[in-house]
Design a protein around this ligand. Structure first.
Ligand SMILES: *[C@@H]1O[C@H](CO)[C@@H](O)[C@H](O)[C@H]1NC(C)=O
Ligand SMILES: *[C@@H]1O[C@H](CO)[C@@H](O)[C@H](O)[C@H]1NC(C)=O
Ligand SMILES: *[C@@H]1O[C@H](CO)[C@@H](O)[C@H](O)[C@H]1NC(C)=O
Ligand SMILES: *[C@@H]1O[C@H](CO)[C@@H](O)[C@H](O)[C@H]1NC(C)=O
Ligand SMILES: *[C@@H]1O[C@H](CO)[C@@H](O)[C@H](O)[C@H]1NC(C)=O
Ligand SMILES: *[C@@H]1O[C@H](CO)[C@@H](O)[C@H](O)[C@H]1NC(C)=O
Ligand SMILES: *[C@@H]1O[C@H](CO)[C@@H](O)[C@H](O)[C@H]1NC(C)=O
Length: 354
């Protein structure tokens, strides 16, 4: 009994000693850099100190504020690397993108997903964020052009998500100079013009999603040189040829040209080896069905509402699906010697008899 008091006291002292002596080495890497803290407080102020910034108190470490992360290694201790405000801030933010975000020079991930609530255009000051790996501005009411400052200095940028906004103007050709971009999501905006010629020169395997814009005209043949994993051009007003997007050795997994005015011969298309989803419905594509189309599951594929005719190629190796949905509403172009396409295609038995 006599020993307990001294023991407890010494343990307490030891803990205090530990706390004081380790405070620096353990905590300092995550203690907010004063410059970054100042900028974050300006951002809070920009949003009129909205309620979602309750944890952003000047006397606390900004690295622990909600939506914020600091460098997790010792190279730039206390520098803000992640700014993610979105799902955690529903119903509390409105207004424009704070230009001060450009003054957080170590940012690697920036997400501002406010479910329709951000307005105005992308501030020029964001051009200073050259360390960005991922920029997510989707699902707001942003307007104005897509800036042309994203280019070669943005070495680490691999995801650029500007989809579901109201951006206007043309697609900047400088985007093709992003050396490590693997996902470029521009869908559901009000973009006009065609795709820049330079988009054939991406050096990465790229997912390019442009669906649901007001893009028009022929697409550049240069795109045949690029390595798309996903290309979605659906629901625009593109016209002319797109056959050069297909080649056996392309990394293409999914392509959608749906609801445009593409017009080319589908007969000799060489479907990429890894293709899982092909949607060319609602165009003016003609010719007959290429080899290996019968391999594709109708669930993920649609060639309906075109001017295709002939039979779906099959062989013993190919799995047979019910292809009637896949090919519905095609009309033969011109060739009056063939029986009506619908008869040829919709009923496997008739095809075989024929
Ligand atoms: C936000 O809070 C700061 C500090 O309390 C204050 O100086 C500033 O005026 C406030 N801003 C707005 C827009 O209310
Ligand atoms: C540490 O951070 C720097 C950039 O701030 C980065 O380049 C580096 O890869 C990081 N190192 C580790 C081990 O995460
Ligand atoms: C948008 O901002 C307004 C005004 O600040 C707010 O009332 C509304 O809840 C916000 N909506 C979302 C989805 O954050
Ligand atoms: C965003 O756009 C939608 C659709 O046009 C509109 O209903 C909504 O009020 C807009 N929100 C803001 C914050 O401007
Ligand atoms: C970006 O690409 C360059 C060359 O294309 C490469 O040297 C560099 O390591 C890449 N950086 C990142 C962060 O992936
Ligand atoms: C696309 O990939 C192929 C094979 O990996 C490569 O030879 C070609 O240079 C790539 N294209 C571009 C534009 O980088
Ligand atoms: C692109 O994909 C191909 C295979 O589809 C792969 O061999 C190649 O390494 C990939 N290239 C890059 C830069 O990831």
């Amino acid at each position: 009994m006599n020993y307990t008091l001294p023991k407890k006291t010494s343990l307490l002292c030891f803990c205090i000693y530990l706390f004081i002596s380790s405070g620096k080495s353990i905590q300092s890497p995550s203690i907010c850099h004063p410059n970054d803290q100042k900028v974050l407080l300006q951002i809070k102020n920009h949003f009129h100190n909205a309620s979602c910034f309750a944890t952003w108190m000047p006397d606390s470490d900004c690295c622990s504020w909600s939506g914020i992360k600091c460098d997790d290694n010792d190279s730039n201790p206390g520098r803000v690397t992640v700014f993610r405000i979105g799902a955690n801030a529903v119903n509390c933010i409105s207004g424009q993108i704070p230009p001060m975000l450009g003054d957080l020079p170590f940012l690697r991930k920036l997400t501002l997903n406010f479910q329709d609530n951000l307005t105005g255009s992308i501030p020029l000051r964001l051009s200073k964020l050259t360390r960005l790996e991922c920029l997510h501005l989707c699902c707001n009411n942003l307007t104005g052009p897509i800036p042309s400052f994203w280019g070669p200095e943005f070495e680490s940028l691999h995801l650029l998500g500007l989809h579901l906004n109201y951006f206007t103007g043309t697609i900047p050709s400088s985007l093709s100079l992003l050396p490590n971009i693997t996902s470029l999501a521009l869908f559901s905006n009000l973009l006009t013009g065609s795709i820049p010629e330079s988009f054939g020169s991406f050096k990465t395997n790229l997912s390019l999603t442009l669906l649901n814009n007001k893009l028009s005209g022929p697409i550049p043949r240069s795109l045949g040189q690029a390595n798309f994993t996903i290309i979605d051009l659906s629901y625009n007003q593109f016209s002319g040829d797109a056959s050069f997007l297909f080649a056996r050795d392309k990394p293409l997994q999914r392509i959608s040209l749906r609801q445009n005015k593409f017009k080319f011969d589908f007969t000799n298309i060489n479907l990429p080896k890894g293709l899982r989803s092909l949607d060319i419905a609602d165009n003016e594509i003609y010719g007959s069905f290429p080899k290996r189309l019968g391999l594709l599951q109708p669930k993920f594929n649609d060639v309906s509402n075109n001017n295709l005719c002939g039979r779906i190629p099959t062989s013993r190796r190919l799995i047979r699906f019910d292809t009637s949905d896949l090919v519905r509403n095609n009309e033969c172009l011109g060739d009056i010697l063939l029986p009506p396409c619908k008869m040829l295609m919709c009923d496997e038995k008739q095809i075989l008899e024929f």
